[in-house]
Design a protein around this ligand. Structure first.
Ligand code: URA
Ligand code: CA
Length: 434
């Protein structure tokens, strides 16, 4: 088999066989196929697409290109959730204890990474004592006992995707639905998921800005999942503004606790319940979305979701009393209100730029060696569609530096107030449940 022929075949719009796709993935991973041939193939795929069979084959080949996590020692259907990324997305912290409390095992491998705030692990480390340095044996034991544990990412997962994504990034071939879908799904499968729920964001603060593209990506991933034996569902959700009120590590932990108590922000609560309902159905603990939703609402009302969070935190060294006393979480030295310069309706809150402001305060990493300040961040008091009076606070800045004038200017630049009424964007755009 020659890579040249595979490139030519895809260039001419034909379907590649399983052997050809495996040949490419294996050869590119071991270095026997050079970058220039892989970039030519990526560009041919960009223009000519991939059939459902090709997508499934590419996904499995990339998933098997390195280590895979074996979660078979955990009882039940292991459901993983993936979000395409947004600002102030606190859903994982809510979902994990929530679905675990109704019996869906959560065996989560998580990372740190760059961004507006830390990753799930950084956020959890805001809880004094909490750590993810546990052995695989401990991880599996904890999930079997408590239905929930989080471990740090380790091992050489999906090296083919790592290499190909890096190459696509510099050859203008990231934006291809079959390549994005197989990239994301390969990572979930390598991490041991039996079933997958996807939160595909749409809008200005999302990776996919156009709703039609978000829907297309979601459908592509759901098809791949179902074609490779992983029951998969998806939610298309709004990311034209940050989710919830809090953006920051300790602030988001507190927000998740409030949500599990039943008084979180409306949007975060709704998205969490929507995603959790799908997780409970694909996890086999309810027959319908409606039945799942009732179970979850009850788990919030009767305190069992909150209790699961306490057990989870203390099982990994964390202080569970933060749940009742969130003031034990890291606290910023300065709390500064950002006053509105005019009266009117909030028309726009540019999610990315608000996220960048949080990062500049120290909530997220600009480079992989940056230190995170777990205490700092932002808490929004107004969302799109809300009325605000001149001088009223739009948001609170939680800072460990006294001078935040440049950050204040950036925030004001990215929150538009207009005179006419503005309709709040709808949060759940659509769901794909089969
Ligand atoms: N995120 C991924 O993980 N892969 C892509 O190809 C694009 C976004
Ligand atoms: Ca939030």
């Amino acid at each position: 088999m020659r890579m040249y022929d595979i490139i030519a075949k895809k260039r001419d719009g034909h379907e590649l066989t399983t052997e050809e796709i495996n040949f490419f993935v294996t050869g590119y991973t071991d270095g026997s196929i050079p970058d220039y041939q892989a970039s030519a193939l990526s560009m041919a795929i960009y223009f000519n697409g991939m059939t459902e069979d090709e997508r499934a084959t590419l996904t499995v080949a990339m998933a098997e290109s390195g280590d895979t996590i074996d979660l078979s020692a955990i009882e039940g259907i292991k459901v993983d959730k993936h979000s395409t990324g947004g600002v102030g997305d606190t859903t994982t912290l809510v979902l994990a204890p929530l679905v675990a409390s109704v019996g869906v095992p959560v065996a989560k491998m998580s990372g740190r990474g760059l961004g507006h705030t830390g990753g799930t692990i950084d956020k959890l480390e805001a809880v004094p004592g909490f750590h993810v340095e546990i052995t695989n044996e401990e991880f599996i034991k904890l999930v079997n006992e408590n239905k929930i544990s989080v471990i740090g990412q380790s091992g050489n997962l999906t090296p083919a995707d790592k290499k190909l994504y890096g190459l696509r990034d510099v050859t203008a071939t990231v934006n291809s639905i079959p390549l994005i879908a197989s990239s994301i799904m390969s990572k979930k499968i390598a991490a041991g998921a039996d079933a997958i729920v996807l939160d595909v964001k749409t809008g200005a603060g999302a990776f996919m800005k156009e709703e039609s593209e978000s829907v297309e990506l979601a459908k592509a991933m759901v098809s791949i999942g179902n074609n490779v034996g992983r029951n998969t569902m998806a939610v298309i959700s709004d990311m034209s503004q940050p989710l919830g009120h809090a953006i920051g590590n300790a602030l988001e932990v507190e927000e998740a606790i409030e949500t599990l108590k039943g008084h979180g922000p409306e949007d975060l609560t709704e998205l969490s319940l929507t995603l959790a309902s799908q997780m409970v159905v694909v996890g086999g603990k309810a027959d319908s979305i409606e039945e799942a939703r009732k179970l979850l609402e009850k788990a919030i009302e009767d305190g069992s979701a909150l209790e699961t969070l306490k057990v989870f935190l203390s099982s990994q060294g964390g202080d569970p009393t933060v749940v009742d006393s969130p003031d034990k979480l890291p606290q910023a030295k300065f709390k500064i209100e950002l006053a509105s310069k005019s009266s009117g309706y909030v028309e726009e809150i540019v999610a990315d730029e608000i996220g960048n402001a949080a990062m500049l305060l120290g909530a997220g990493r600009q480079t992989k060696d940056s230190e995170i300040d777990l205490a700092v961040g932002l808490k929004l008091h107004k969302k799109i569609g809300d009325y605000v009076k001149t001088g009223e606070s739009l948001l609170t800045i939680y800072a460990n530096q006294e001078d935040v004038s440049s950050i204040e200017a950036k925030l004001l630049d990215n929150i538009q107030i207009v005179e006419h009424e503005v309709e709040a964007p709808s949060l759940i755009r659509s769901t794909i449940t089969e």
